[in-house]
Design a protein around this ligand. Sequence first.
Ligand code: ZN
Length: 183
Amino acid sequence: MPRRVRIRDGATLVVRALGFAAEAHRTQFRKDRETPAINHPIRLLQLLVDVGGVTDPLVLAAAALHDVLEDCEVGFPELEARFGTEVAGVVFELSDPPHLDKTAMRAWAVETAPRLSLPARLVKLADKAVNLNDLIDWPPAGWSDARKASYFDWSADVVAGIRGTHGALELAFDGAYARRPVL
Ligand code: ZN
């Protein structure tokens, strides 16, 4: 039986999700080791709202929470209890299965992208666009252009599987991809 959490309205849900994500990511940083991890989900929300015109609280809450299962000491049951089955389910779709090495994880992401739900696709598109821009604007220490380019190409493979989902977000991704280092 899906768990229905009673949250009064969409804004409440999104604010609670962001607050929970901020707490969960409290001590973490982005790959550049300077940017607080919570900046990343906030940038996804900005892109979804400002560029994508997305206002569905389910999508925005899932975007706020999209890394907490993967990167924090948070389990699915806790997420489900706090935010309900729908939100937790989308976050689960967006989380890499544990114990895959990098190559297997990348292959898994490409293979499973076409089966993502619509809310998960929207978050995925925003995530990929933001990640590519971040790689250029705040490059992680020690990443060569070749390593960045390989990340760009993998992201394009993932997005290829979900094209036709949302024109403006796909355009945002394409704009980010255009910044791929030329080797
Ligand atoms: Zn992300």
